[in-house]
Design a protein around this ligand. Structure first.
Ligand SMILES: Cc1ncc(COP(=O)(O)O)c(C=O)c1O
Ligand SMILES: N[C@@H](CCOP(=O)(O)O)C(=O)O
Length: 466
């Protein structure tokens, strides 16, 4: 499998280089040169496989020829052995035709673990094979950072720097980033919002001298391997409610568009998905874009679902590339307009293609709180605010007989204040997280200044190339 950039001028790469590249050198995002596809019979034959077996079968075409089959299988099995549920990503029925797909049984209680546990092991393997080190830089609104620090902490081929918005993540999310004692972990609280953090990280990738000097690698969903790993749970959950013999729909709480893009990839691979529903909180740029055709940034609003407090949704670029018939010039034009004026308008035929696959809705903070309460009352299920955002939107959008699978992206105990306020229930952290909230914190506060962040990383990384 080769990978191409959405902006057309970066070199085509194989899987190992894409894994280490993060952002393409032309500023674009890598996507597979073609989508591997499965027939309905091939999908049927996947029934009954364990989650790691399914992952190996579905992901092999993306890594074939680059990671040896036995090694890949071992790495996948090791990655999912870290999960605390035998099914890895189980589903729970919460309504007549509604299912919640629980993605939070990994080490940091968020869906990010599903990809990050695999990504860290794959990166380690490739770096060891090449005798290289890497500096990892990542931006987080709360969950990617903790998952990355947990997955990469203590690995001797990487130094990891995570930028999070100062005072804008939940206390549990913050501790998961700041309580690590691993010497290769560096948490940075940026005086800004998530979009500022993401801008700084993308700026580092576009500064080729810095990028090459520190051997920069990325763990955000700009990295194709993140999206790749997330494809698997669309198949596992759809298979368990009757796919491929009946179509299913998914509602996904969405911020950076990585998770739902993995659903789109699953559909391109042959999974019969009727609708992919984008659920947003008050930061509803994607819902507005689907309604009006204009992608227009506004200020970030702080909400009770902070991981989705995002305006610039990185992976939407991957969808634009597909909707424009893989025309990189169109993507470049849109991205230039976004940079210059904070907006772009999608051509009518492209918008029509997007609307054929996706719909969107939003949930205000009050609506999300009311949903947490009503779901608990009706079915005894305690949803976190991100999941509740999606349940609210799913219920508005479920218009056909297709089962609706709602992605539950975080454990309620990551956001106890919002859950308690909504439902008078205080969700406890699982016992195996032990004394997380009592551990000492270590992090550096920096202004939202790209140069200062680069200097900080340049000083501390051990991956410097001269
Ligand atoms: C709990 C939670 N839900 C939803 C999202 C949104 O996912 P994505 O950015 O892939 O759209 C995030 C952050 O990415 C998250 O941490
Ligand atoms: N919500 C995310 C934001 C970063 O998303 P990513 O999927 O691109 O890493 C977070 O929790 O950090």
């Amino acid at each position: 499998m080769r990978y191409v950039s959405t902006r057309g001028s970066a070199p085509e790469l194989g899987f190992r280089d894409v894994l280490l590249a993060g952002l393409a050198r032309d500023g674009g995002l890598y996507v597979p040169a073609e989508w591997p596809t499965l027939t309905a019979n091939e999908i049927r034959s996947l029934r009954g496989l364990s989650y790691p077996e399914l992952a190996v079968r579905l992901l092999t075409p993306f890594v074939e020829g680059e990671i040896e089959a036995e090694t890949f299988s071992r790495i996948v099995h090791e990655a999912y052995a870290t999960f605390r549920h035998d099914a890895v990503c189980p589903i729970v029925q919460t309504g007549a035709n509604e299912y919640v797909l629980e993605l939070f049984h990994g080490p940091t209680l968020a869906f990010k673990d599903v990809a990050m546990q695999l990504l860290a092991r794959l990166m380690d393997h490739v770096l060891a094979e090449r005798g290289q080190r890497a500096t990892i830089a990542g931006a987080t609104s709360g969950d990617t950072g903790g998952a990355a620090i947990e997955a990469f902490g203590g690995r001797d081929r990487t130094d990891i720097f995570i930028l999070f918005p100062h005072n804008r993540v939940s206390p549990v999310q913050q501790r998961q980033m700041t309580a690590s004692t691993a010497s290769n972990v560096h948490a940075i609280a940026v005086e800004g919002n998530f979009d500022d953090c993401q801008d700084i990280v993308k700026g580092m990738f576009n500064n080729h001298a810095f990028r090459d000097r520190v051997q920069l690698a990325g763990v955000n969903s700009i990295n194709w391997a993140r999206i790749m790993a997330q494809i698997v749970y669309y198949f596992s959950s759809a298979l368990s409610v009757g796919a491929p013999d009946r179509p299913v729909s998914f509602t996904v709480p969405t911020g950076n568009f990585g998770d739902i893009f993995a659903g789109y990839a699953a559909k391109r691979m042959g999974l019969p998905i009727e609708k992919l529903v984008i659920a947003t909180n008050d930061n509803d740029i994607l819902a507005r874009t689907l309604a009006t055709g204009t992608y227009e940034t506004r200020g970030v609003i702080e909400t009770t679902s902070p991981s989705m407090d995002i305006q610039v949704s990185s992976n939407f670029e991957r969808l634009l590339f597909e909707a424009a018939g893989r025309n990189a010039d169109t993507v470049i034009r849109y991205m230039q307009s976004l940079k210059q004026s904070g907006q772009f308008t999608i051509a009518a035929d492209e918008l029509e293609r997007i609307r054929a696959e996706f719909s969107a809705g939003r949930s205000s903070m009050d609506e999300t709180a009311a949903t947490i309460r009503s779901v608990l009352d009706a079915s005894g299920y305690l949803a976190d605010p991100h999941t509740a955002t999606a349940i609210k939107v799913a219920r508005e959008q479920a218009k056909s007989d297709a089962p609706m699978i709602v992605l539950s992206t975080a454990h309620p105990a990551k956001f106890p204040a919002a859950v308690e306020q909504a439902a008078d229930v205080s969700p406890a952290l699982p016992h195996w997280l032990g004394n997380l909230m009592e551990r000492d914190e270590k992090f550096t506060v920096l202004p939202s200044d790209p140069k200062m962040v680069e200097d900080h990383i340049g000083r501390l990384t051990r991956a410097t190339q001269v």
